[in-house]
Design a binder for this molecule. Sequence first.
Ligand SMILES: [Zn+2]
Length: 266
Amino acid sequence: MRALVYHGPGQKSWDEVPNPVLIDDTDAIVKVDAATICGSDLHILKGDVPEVTDGRILGHEAVGTVTEVGSYGQCTGGGGWILGHLVDGTQAGYVRVPFADTSTYPAPAGVADEELLMLSDILPTAYEVGVLNGHVQPGDVVAVVGAGPIGLSAIMGADVAIEAVGVAATFELAAAQVRPCGHVANIGVHGQPATLHLEQVWHTDVTITTGLVDTYSTPTLLRLIGNQLDVGRFVTHHFAMNDFVGAYDTFVRAADTGALKVVVTS
Ligand SMILES: [Zn+2]
């Protein structure tokens, strides 16, 4: 099969690689029908996520068809973000999904793959790590620093500052904007230190939260998709899978191309 492979900071290519095979009882092999590129993938390519090693297939956002499953014993290993990070990811013809019984969701009938794709990371991340961690309440004024795909997802929900970029300047801007007793909810993936100006905020009763998505909100969001949540509008560009490098080129130049989310289909 072919896959989008990371070869160190700034280096990636569309390579011929072996198909994945079942390793653990809790694995599933999934044929990737549609995948997308995340801001996290760009952070990896910037060298912000040093655990990602040369040869890793990138990607953690996809919709696909289960083609093989392990015998599904009790899951005892670690969870969290591993696809396209610590193990090979979804920007490929096929992907091995560890802990598949808890890390995959059945696709509801009648919802397009590209809408479901928006629930593979950006919507639950924005909702859980932005809106819920930020304790956004009706009537609140919310400042979203970085209105990319995740920042815009958080708005669908605005005395809360949501950081959705992942660089020092935007975190410091979010912390400077929040009112006394407000919340700063950090969503961004940070590869460098950021300064918390405690000398300016120590007396202001501000709460700062940060985290990685758990996807506990995914069942709720799946029920809302198609009626209250119009998530298809995040999709700005479409590519065939053999033009994954072109999809990256469009996504990384978002300021020029207007890209929010690119959908890559097999
Ligand atoms: Zn992502």
